[in-house]
Design a protein. Sequence first.
Length: 286
Amino acid sequence: MINNRYDFVMLFDVENGNPNGDPDAGNAPRIDAETGYGYVTDVCLKRKIRNYVELVKGGEEKYNILIKIDKALNTKFTDVYIKNGLDRTKKGKKNKDKKDVNAAREYMCKNYYDVRMFGAVMDTGDDPCGIVRGPVQINFARSISPVNIQDITITRQAVTKEEHFKDKDNEMGKKSFIPYGLYRAEGYVSAALANKTTDISDEDIELLWQAIINMFEEDHSAARGKMCMRKLIIFKHDNVLGNCPSHILFDKITVETCSVSPRNFSDYKITVDQTMPEGVEIIEKL
């Protein structure tokens, strides 16, 4: 159980990389076609948080990760029924006893960090574990300025197919990247929902902040370029329901461009209004 609602803002940047490829556009960086602003999906950000938690907490009780490449989800749900001795004679969510589904759901919340935090749809297959609405939600990240997607041709000194080996000694490809982009994402932690559904703890919240701060540090790749979490600003309410709407707090943070073509974090001016509504504490983790 937690006693505080949280709202938070993340500022991160990318230099000469692709922060989040779009499968509908040849895996080029995602972009709003009308405005030219770049964006990164919530799914991408939560994936990095999951990866970090698994890296630092892998194998520990209560910190398993459900959404990952190891087993089919329905197989995992069946394993829960077997491990907890739940009735498997009735198949599918329409036929299951609600007590068994609720028991499976509680087990998933207790033992899987990402289910506890982000929620999950687990009512598929013969042994459904219910649906969990996650108390931690993250919006799409959007760039502060329009981004410029560039495509460059690259060569590789190795040939894939034997029949081409006699005619050439390299192959060519394409790489899409952004020279520079500063992105802003906003998120929420609903204490009321957490206490009602998944029962997250203060330790879970601290791990979330740790994962956000470090999620790019263990995820470097040539394709993503140089990605850095620049700011993590948290608004902590002194009660479960909160002291004011989140958008009022988000408006306390303004980011202004100081250059026509930003190419560095220093090309932006970040202003944080420290005047908080009564009962709200601002915490700058970065």
